[in-house]
Design a protein around this ligand. Structure first.
Ligand SMILES: CC(C)(COP(=O)(O)OP(=O)(O)OC[C@H]1O[C@@H](n2cnc3c(N)ncnc32)[C@H](O)[C@@H]1OP(=O)(O)O)[C@@H](O)C(=O)NCCC(=O)NCCS
Length: 159
């Protein structure tokens, strides 16, 4: 498995991967619509097939992870992408890496907490606001849990 940074030459393949798996380029976080087609990221390739993608952006001296997806779960792809993104954050002098997930996503909460991320905030009923921008956000998510709240996780970095 090889890891590559998204650039102008591979952007089209990455966008195709996003559309194939999510059917949209837009994601809504804390009331803001973000176009994943213009943000930075890394992807994992196996025999020239994209098998995982992490996207992120920088704000002041922070990295915000916008998405992390692995198409062959539990084979190490998510961990490798996350480790590489954290390394990039450190190289850019970031003081923390943060992300927002939703209350239904128990596997993401497990994944990030086991890798050193801490839950620092809960935005109660924030997904209601996101649905005003993107009505397609389902009412019920993973494990039959209603999708209602945004949860912020962070990893503080020591440079
Ligand atoms: C969350 C997500 C990105 C994790 O990706 P992943 O590729 O499955 O992650 P990994 O394989 O690195 O790790 C997952 C588990 O598999 C285990 N694993 C890794 N390689 C393994 C192997 N060869 N054999 C058995 N288990 C293995 C890891 O130890 C880990 O378990 P742990 O969390 O209990 O330590 C993935 O489940 C996903 O795409 N979810 C949907 C989208 C999402 O929710 N994204 C996060 C919100 S931003």
């Amino acid at each position: 498995m090889n890891i590559y940074q998204i650039d102008q030459n591979n952007r089209k393949s990455v966008d195709d991967f996003i559309m194939e798996h999510w059917f949209t380029m837009d994601m809504v976080v804390h009331g803001e619509s973000v176009d994943l087609g213009v943000v930075d990221g890394l992807y994992a390739c196996d025999d020239s097939e994209i098998v995982g993608l992490i996207t992120y952006r920088f704000f002041k001296n922070e990295m915000e992870i916008l998405s992390l997806d692995s198409i062959h779960e539990k084979s190490g792809i998510g961990s490798v992408l996350l480790e590489n993104a954290i390394r990039i954050a450190k190289n850019n002098g970031c003081s923390r890496v943060m992300l927002i997930t939703t209350n239904d996503n128990l596997s993401a909460l497990q994944f990030y907490q086991k890798r050193g991320f801490d839950i620092i905030r809960l935005y109660h009923n924030a997904v209601e606001e996101s649905r005003k921008i993107k009505p397609q956000i389902p009412l019920v998510g993973a494990n039959g849990i209603p999708i209602k709240h945004e949860i912020e996780l962070e990893m503080k970095l020591v440079n």
